[in-house]
Design a protein around this ligand. Sequence first.
Ligand SMILES: Cc1cc2nc3c(=O)[nH]c(=O)nc-3n(C[C@H](O)[C@H](O)[C@H](O)COP(=O)(O)OP(=O)(O)OC[C@H]3O[C@@H](n4cnc5c(N)ncnc54)[C@H](O)[C@@H]3O)c2cc1C
Length: 397
Amino acid sequence: MDFGRSPDEEAFADEVRRFLAEHPPERFPLDGVDAGYGSGAHSHAFMRALGERGWLAMCWPEAFGGQARPMFLKLVLLEELALAGAPFGPLAGSWQTADAIIAYGTERLRRELLPAIARGEATFWQGYSEPDAGSDLLALTTEAKRDGEHWIIRGHKIWSSHAGVSTHGLVFTRTSREARRSRGFSMFVVPSTTPGMDIRPIRSLTGDIYHYEVFLDEVRVPADLMLGPEGEGFVALLNGLDSDRFWGRFYKAPALLRVLRRLVDYANTTVVAGAPLARDPVVRRRLAAMAAEIAALRLLFYRAACLLRDGAPITYETAVAKVYADETGQKLARLGLELLGPWGVLRRGSRAARLDGDIAHAYLTSLGHTIAGGTAEVLRTTVAVRGLGLPAEPKAR
Ligand SMILES: Cc1cc2nc3c(=O)[nH]c(=O)nc-3n(C[C@H](O)[C@H](O)[C@H](O)COP(=O)(O)OP(=O)(O)OC[C@H]3O[C@@H](n4cnc5c(N)ncnc54)[C@H](O)[C@@H]3O)c2cc1C
C-alpha cells in the first residue's frame, strides 16, 4: 500500500501552500473561537476565500456545480490548512451538509443552499443534543408539527457549537409520536434568523463562547426545508454520524503535529539548568513517542478514508480513530503543560505566558473532545460490539 501523495495530490498541496502564503491565515477576521480539534477558528471571511478558489464545491458532481474532483483532495486541503493553523472551522460541516443535500435534499435546498455553500456564505450548526438527550438521542423532545405547507418546531437544544455565528441550524426533531422508537424523527435546515429561535451563548472552560443553547418557540419552517424523508431522520443521522466523526477529526493528526513541532522548537530553544530542554533524555523520549502516536493516528484516518472513498462501512474504524485522536490530543496537551512548567497554565494575554498560552487553551478544550460527537465510553462499546464481536449491552429495563 502506498501512503504517499500522488503527483496530482502533491501539485494540489503546492497550490494550497501558495494560497496560504498569499492569504496569511492571521490576516482573516474571526467570528468564532478555535474549538481545539485542529480546524482553527470560525471565520466567514476565510470560508469565502476558500469558496473563491472553488475548493468548497470541488468534489461535488458537475450537475450540482462541482468539479467532480477526487475525495482525497479534500484530505490534502484539510491537512495543509491544519498544518498552517488556518481558521477553517466551518469547513467540514459545510462539506457534510452539502453532501447530504446532494444525496437527498429537496429542490429548494439544492437551489438555494448549494450555491451559498460553494461561495462560503452558508455555514451550519448541529442542533442534536438536548438537556436530557445526548448519548441517547432518541430521548429528544423537540417536536415539529405539520401546519399546511409549514412545520412548527418547539423545543430546546444545547451545546450547539457555533450556533451564534453560523447561518443555518440542522435541527433534529420528532415529527411523529406514533412511530416506533427509532422512527418518527426528521431533520430541518433552519436559517438561524428565523423568528422564534433564541440562540444564547454558554461560556466554556476557556472563558470563550463556543457553545450555544437554542430555544425554539413556535419556529415556522417551510416543509421543503426538511432534509431527507419525513420520519427517516434518525437513520440518515446514524449513517451521517460515521462520516461526521471522520471529517470532524481527520485534521487532528496534522493539527497535533503542528503543536508537537512548536513543543520541539520550545525544547530546542529553552535552557533549563544550563542545558537546552531538548538534551533531557526524558523530554526527548516523550516527544519522540508523541511523534509516533501522531503518525499512527494519521494512518488510522487514511485507512478509514480509503474505506469511505470505496463506499465501505466505517463505523468501527471511525470509532477507533476518534477515540484515539481525542485521547492523543489530551496526552499531547498534558505533555505540553509539563514541558512548559508553571508558565504552561498562563493564558494568552498574560505577560509571562509561553507559546501564547496556546497549550493551556489546548488542554482545556481537549477535555470536551472525548465527549463531543459521541463519548469515548459509548464509542468503546461500538468498538467492542462492531469490531470485536463482543455481545451488545443488555437494554436498560
Ligand atoms: C466540545 C463539545 C461540542 C459539542 N458540540 C455539539 C454540537 O455542535 N451539537 C450538538 O447537538 N451537541 C454537541 N455536543 C454535545 C454532545 O454531543 C453530548 O455532550 C454528548 O453526546 C454526550 O451527551 P450528554 O452530554 O447528554 O451526556 P450523557 O449522554 O448523559 O452521558 C453522561 C456520561 O454517561 C456515559 N454514558 C452514556 N451512555 C452510555 C452508555 N450507553 N454506555 C456507557 N457510558 C454511557 C457517557 O459516556 C458520559 O460519560 C458537544 C459537546 C461537547 C463537549
